[in-house]
Design a protein around this ligand. Sequence first.
Ligand SMILES: Nc1ncnc2c1ncn2[C@@H]1O[C@H](COP(=O)(O)OP(=O)(O)OP(=O)(O)O)[C@@H](O)[C@H]1O
Ligand SMILES: [Mg+2]
Length: 339
Amino acid sequence: MSYIEIRNIFKIFGPDPKSALELAKGGADKDEILAKTGNTVGLHDVSLSIEQGETFVVMGLSGSGKSTLIRHLNRLIDPTAGSISFGGEDILAMDIQTLNAFRRKRLGMVFQRFGLLPHRNVMDNVAYGLEIQGTARKEREAAASKWIERVGLAGYETKFPDQLSGGMQQRVGLARALTTDPEVLLMDEAFSALDPLIRSDMQDELMKLQAELHKTIVFITHDLDEALKIGDRIAILKDGKLVQVGRPEEIVLKPADDYVQAFTRDVNRARVLRARSIMQDPANQKIIDQEHPVVSDDTRLEDILPIILATGKDISVIDERENLVGIITKEQIVQSLSL
Ligand SMILES: Nc1ncnc2c1ncn2[C@@H]1O[C@H](COP(=O)(O)OP(=O)(O)OP(=O)(O)O)[C@@H](O)[C@H]1O
Ligand SMILES: [Mg+2]
């Protein structure tokens, strides 16, 4: 069983969720249900398994159900039907006290509009989570200081949110979410309001942190490039339904339908595809040949291309145990990039 298990979730908004639920279960889609019943389908039979330690990205167009999905994970809303568990524990069965403790201790949240407390300085914002858990000032400030430094804001402890840029405010939001050492980080469009360069920095920062922390991160975005960059796996929603779940390469190489295909059309393939997704069986080559450049199987094509161009040679691909697992020819790389 995976760490977070979402099973057959339906969420219907409106005056009569029950009858709309029956229609939805009978196969009616969002538009039809709205026309017939005046109810809005937020999520339609969504099942997902999210592994501990993975960065799981949910993407889709506006109104596809992304925020609705993440709000089920902190139980800001409850499903019309379906079940959700964390580590085998049914979160829908939690009473209010257990739920509050679950939110405070096990979840960290980062939102698009930073959600900082305007009358508290950086230190007090970052220490806030521990403060409401009743941690003594000295202890919580020590923990907060560590994260303030880690996100690059040392020296800004006594500044107030309105004295910081958007990117800095979002760093405060990230530090605040991490200070309680949560198991799961929920991030809804956390970087979407930032300027492109700052946004890219924040993505890098998050990936660097995640390489050390191995949190379970559920990250929502409507931006495919962001999803492909930071996601270990990506789920794509359309009209409340899950249309595809897969690793970035799978989404780009095998889009499930026209909707996903439309998202992937302008993607920089060289950045997304890795050696392992295009390499050929090294059938006629059993050992690593000193003549050929060697790359690991998770090397991106954008890093392989210059090697091929500089050497004119085929590339040997090795796995983490340094076994030869594939070869890549110049023809192949050209073909995969101009598909
Ligand atoms: N509280 C609510 N009451 C009624 N309808 C709602 C409510 N919350 C969401 N919806 C509807 O559910 C659907 C999914 O909305 P949701 O906010 O999850 O989309 P989203 O993918 O997060 O979109 P965005 O990218 O614009 O944030 C939409 O049709 C929306 O109108
Ligand atoms: Mg949303």
